[in-house]
Ligand binder design. Structure first.
Ligand code: RIB
Length: 311
């Protein structure tokens, strides 16, 4: 009997170099304080999601743009070393690669400041150029660290060619035009992004359900709200369902949303139904926050299965 084919996932999105400082507390304006630890790592919401899916055994193609600097070269090498297809990674002359300055508190909570750099140059033409590879994929993943025009073009491409799309609207911007993204198959904000994008409160569970339903009312098919340590919520025309959290001791929550999206894509593309894929995504994200960093904190498939067996 032939082995089932691997799920195929494309990520059209960002890459960053993460400059991570672990602080005892956040500094206030005008203050200089000392922090105990610094680490540099590969990040970017797009690349993180690509790496999570690849570590879990998916075939992944990454459509992104790097600068013509050392960070860009290292990023390409890192993606390739993880088995990700880098054919559609473009080097942008005269631009710096994207960087993210991150501060992580002892609680594991973080603050992130990004400079898009070459990521801002990823264009609808890059989506067209990668068209043949994208058509062979089960799912296309998108975030908002690239231009909105490119995100809109990718969703239109998915609709035209029958490839399902996932939009993680992070970081959220009120400039996102919901009318341009309502054809996305799965819209995956966290509760803060949901509030920014709908203009509605997300203080209570009832608020979150109402805000998610308002997006369904604007034509979206499925809204998945990630709720950190409280799990997630799925809203579709059939109603709202909760995805249970997995209790862990968080060390660094940076990139947990990306772990969730990458794992959801991998399992759903492989045929798991929505409920099952979301349950595994929530467990994968929970496991990721027990280690520092983003991509390097993501478990391989074998490590993740061991984590699940231990629950
Ligand atoms: O979601 C976490 C990511 O956000 C970090 O890796 C950082 O690069 C920013 O893009």
């Amino acid at each position: 009997m032939n082995a089932p084919r691997k799920p195929r996932i494309a990520v059209i999105g960002s890459n960053m170099v993460d400059l991570v400082t672990y602080v005892n507390r956040m500094p206030v304006r005008g203050e200089t304080i000392e922090a105990p630890r610094f680490e540099m790592g590969h990040g970017g919401k797009g690349a993180n999601q690509a790496v999570a899916a690849a570590k879990l055994g998916a075939e992944v193609v990454m459509v992104t743009a790097v600068g013509d600097d050392l960070f860009g070269e290292n990023t390409i090498r890192n993606l390739a070393a993880l088995g990700i297809d880098t054919t559609h990674v473009r080097r942008v002359a005269g631009k710096a690669s994207g960087v993210a300055t991150i501060m992580v508190e002892p609680s594991g909570e973080n603050c992130i400041l990004i400079v898009k750099g070459a990521n801002a140059d990823l264009s609808p033409a890059d989506v067209e150029r990668a068209g043949d590879a994208l058509k062979r994929c089960d799912l296309i993943l998108l975030q908002l660290e690239i231009s909105l025009e490119t995100v809109y073009a990718a969703i239109a491409f998915g609709k035209q060619h029958g490839v399902r799309t996932v939009l993680n609207p992070a970081p959220a911007t009120p400039q996102l035009d919901i009318a341009h993204v309502r054809d996305v198959s799965y819209f995956v904000p966290n509760e803060t992004e949901l509030a920014i994008l709908t203009g509605l409160p997300t203080e209570s569970e009832a608020d979150i359900e109402a805000a998610a339903k308002s997006l369904l009312g604007q034509g979206m098919q499925a809204v998945i709200v990630t709720l950190g340590g409280r799990g997630a919520l799925l809203a579709t025309a059939d109603g709202c369902k909760r995805i249970a959290p997995t209790r862990v001791q968080p060390m660094d929550t940076t990139g947990a949303g990306d772990a969730f999206v990458g794992a959801f894509a991998r399992y759903h593309a492989a045929g798991a139904d929505l409920d099952a894929a979301l349950a595994r995504a929530a467990r994968y994200a929970a496991d990721s926050v027990t280690r520092p960093g983003t991509q390097k904190a993501y478990a391989t498939e074998a490590e993740f299965e061991a984590f699940e067996r231990g629950l």
